[in-house]
Design a protein around this ligand. Sequence first.
Ligand code: SF4
Length: 105
Amino acid sequence: MSQSANPTRRSLLQRLAIGLSLAPLALDVPRARAADLPLLSEDDPAAKAEHYVAEASRAQGAAPGALCSNCTLYGGPDGSTQGPCTLFAGKFVKAAGWCKSWSAL
Ligand code: SF4
């Protein structure tokens, strides 16, 4: 009886070991995809609608010091030069950028 249980347990343990060894690869997939996001163009119709500019110094109506990097919708890590924005799914915005939906942290 214990011999018939051992192959099953061995098989389960092997599958568990394989799953655990592949888990870090699966966790890296979203990070890798995020690194590949294209940069939002100022010519993109959605960017134009929001008056997005890649350099806040060129923005008209921006509060002094307002940047994508200090906006609540910016998802890039501290010190990043570009990152995701909730407003523009699938694109990166420049940390030094700005748009009319800027919201202070
Ligand atoms: Fe930048 Fe914020 Fe506008 Fe997104 S919502 S583009 S992070 S200012």
